[in-house]
Design a protein around this ligand. Structure first.
Ligand code: FAD
Length: 353
């Protein structure tokens, strides 16, 4: 009898794990939407919604044998996952890949409409406020100033430098590039949305200053997809943020048949999409080995020691922080900004282009 594998979460880690395993066992992918979204393309999708045709990849397009079930996991035992529609999904092996929560629409068509609405909101505005100067806020600001240079953009960030997850050199390069593109950058300023009065479009900052803008985009951290495990036996494996402790083989600590991949793991490294893909490779490889022989030697995951990052600034330029240095320009831009890894992600899922 073929072994049953349940994959919870259909983001980068879950989708790739399901794809890599579908020829080797009976795979069920549980995800609340009927598509996988290439996250790197999310901000370009606001200025150019048409790219979502390729960056939103229906699970049905790349899964040939695995079954996709629409819904959330709400409970789990050592034998089965319980879904939001009270279905029980028994498993021999479980892969948890609920990196971040999702409360958006369940179909690709609806998600495309959402991007068109965001695009219209942007087009209708003369002055835009971007809230949050992490990678998401900086990339969105870059997209706006390149595609809509006539718009005034204010970028408000609570920290004392932009993109704090990388070194100060990369922050400085991004800051200077944005300033050259006339972005009004307000550091150490949080926006109090309670005090936001929508008819007059005046936003109040933590220092009491006012910013006038026709609309805003929230670019602050996403919530970890961890709360569904809170009252299950896995809660004792969660750290204070809800991330799952794993061993060197990405097995949830103390569990021989439960793995975790992607942002939900407590692996001590930066949380990034390309690392989520690496986790998926290791986890699917290990599940295959265990299916072939339960006493197989497993392959270990080596966490990334030095954070690397590519932050795009519009369509041609990016800031790169790599082991040999920090650069801003067209070469890093060629790697990321043109296609935003859409083709690479699709090919990783077995699609031709
Ligand atoms: C706008 C943006 C841009 C980014 N750009 C980059 C970049 O350029 N480079 C980079 O390396 N990283 C980037 N990242 C980070 C990258 O997206 C994440 O590290 C990556 O998506 C993690 O993948 P994941 O599969 O672990 O989690 P996610 O992609 O968050 O997927 C989690 C999945 O789990 C599902 N889920 C959640 N809860 C449940 C539940 N209870 N039951 C069932 N399913 C559930 C969700 O629907 C979702 O499909 C970016 C992130 C964002 C938001």
């Amino acid at each position: 009898m073929r072994k049953r594998v349940v994959v919870v979460g259909g983001g980068l880690a879950g989708a790739l794990s399901a794809k890599l395993l579908e020829d080797h066992c009976d795979v069920t992918l549980l995800d609340p939407k009927d598509y996988m979204e290439v996250p790197y393309a999310r901000l370009r999708s606001i200025v150019e919604p048409d790219i979502t045709e390729r960056s939103l990849v229906p699970h049905a397009d790349y899964l040939k044998r695995a079954n996709h079930l629409l819904g959330y996991a709400k409970d789990v035992s050592d034998k089965a996952v319980v879904t939001s529609t009270n279905e029980e999904l028994p498993y021999d092996y479980l892969i948890i890949a609920t990196g971040s929560t999702y409360d958006g629409p369940s179909t690709k068509a609806e998600r495309i409409q959402e991007f068109h609405a965001e695009n219209q909101k942007l087009r209708d505005a003369k002055k835009v406020l971007v809230i949050g100067g992490g990678p998401v806020g900086v990339e969105l600001t870059g997209e706006i100033v390149v595609d809509f240079p006539e718009k005034k953009v204010v970028l408000a960030h609570g920290g004392d430098r932009l993109i704090e997850f990388v070194g100060p050199k990369a922050s400085k390069k991004a800051f200077e590039w944005l300033e050259q593109h006339n972005v009004d950058i307000r550091l150490q300023e949080r926006i109090n949305l309670d005090k936001f009065s929508s008819p007059s479009h005046v936003y109040t900052t933590s220092s009491g200053a006012s910013i006038e803008a026709d609309c805003h985009f929230m670019c602050v951290g996403k919530k970890i997809g961890a709360s569904w495990m809170k009252s299950t036996f896995l809660s004792e494996k969660q750290d204070k943020d809800g991330r799952l402790g794993v061993d060197n083989f990405l097995r949830v600590k103390g569990r021989s048949n439960i793995f975790a991949a992607g942002d939900i793991t407590a692996v001590k490294e930066i949380k990034q999409g390309y690392l989520a893909g690496k986790h998926a490779q290791v986890v699917s490889n290990n599940v295959k080995r265990l299916i072939a022989n339960p006493s197989s030697k497993l392959c270990a995951y080596k966490p990334l020691a030095t954070p690397m990052a590519l932050i795009s600034l519009g369509r041609r330029i990016a800031v790169a922080q790599v082991p040999i240095g920090t650069f801003l320009g067209r070469i890093p831009g060629m790697i990321k900004s043109k296609d935003l890894f859409i083709t690479m992600t699709r090919k990783g899922l077995g699609l031709k282009s």
